[in-house]
Ligand binder design. Sequence first.
Ligand code: FEO
Length: 396
Amino acid sequence: MKQRKIREDVFLLGAVDWDRRLFDALIPLPDGTSYNAYLIRGREKTALVDSVDPSQTGVLMRQLEEVDRVDYVISHHAEQDHSGAIPAVLTRYPDARVIATPQAKGMLTDLLPIGQDKFVTVADGETLTLGGKTLEFVHTPWVHWPETMCTYLREDRILFSCDFFGSHLATTDLYARDEARVAEAAKRYYAEIMMPFRKVIQRNLDKIEGRPLDLIAPSHGPIYDRPTWIIEAYRDWVADAVRNAAVVAYVSMHGSTEAMVRYLVDSLAERGVEVHQFSLPVTDLGRLAIALVDAATLVLGAPTVLAGPHPHAFLAAALANALRPKLRYASLVGSYGWSTRAAEQVVGMLPNLKVEILSPVLCQGYPRDRDFLALAGLAEAILQKHRSIGLGEGSI
Ligand code: FEO
């Protein structure tokens, strides 16, 4: 990719990583990703905003071949997909200084070979002029590490937001043209990366909305030239409200738990509860995370293996606990052979979730009439709980 002009003396650099399919050895990337860097040329000084993943260092350095000087490298976030090429940039521009929050300075020196003397730390609200281009540094912690910040370019009303508002999307679109596709990718990104910090993000949204915005330029995915819709989407995702929806995530070994899940899903659907069903051994964990963004209830389906829940259910419980979705209720269904401690173990894995546990339905062997009756009872309990918080009114 060559430099792309987005405003006078403001350029998009970076790399589109079309073929990457996994991030953090965990997160699926069905649509690849990009690592966006930006170049801002003032009358006196030039700043590079973030860099790229180490695997794409060569792409960035080729883009910089025509750039005689870089005075500042603004590092919004220490994670290596944005900071990894900074050492190479500093080798090419030895007089450049890295602009970062005080906490980012510590993390960058922990993660990368960058000397302490290379840094200039900036306070929240501090400004730097490049000559006709005024940069305001806005501390926005926990999007999604503690050291993160954004930069607001006053004259062009651009917010450089790094991971905040980002989307893992490989595209040649400079701007978010296919808004439905970008919204899906941005929601996936929020669910996987940002959701644990929902409350802090509410405050960060208040902070950035005080500024007039023409563009939001993240470090993954396309630029937003209609910033309002992505801000409104974030407002919706971080709000406390939940929907009349249940996520049913299950694993089955010999069909018993699957039969229970099918019955429960049908029972919920008959009662007007929207259900998102996932087979854990084959599901895209990103889709599961998206469904958790605003569902009211999570039901795990797990057969018992060696007295505890199947390991796939352990993983799903650990994921839900770590992502801290705004769930209100949770339960467990599953089959066991001779004894089980699955319920205690699953509940014990959800300490971060402020959920009420609805009575699990566990059956010995293949489910019989009494078990299906219990599953219908669980579906009814879920409906009544949803109604008690103002959801699902009018459903049968
Ligand atoms: Fe895109 Fe947190 O790095």
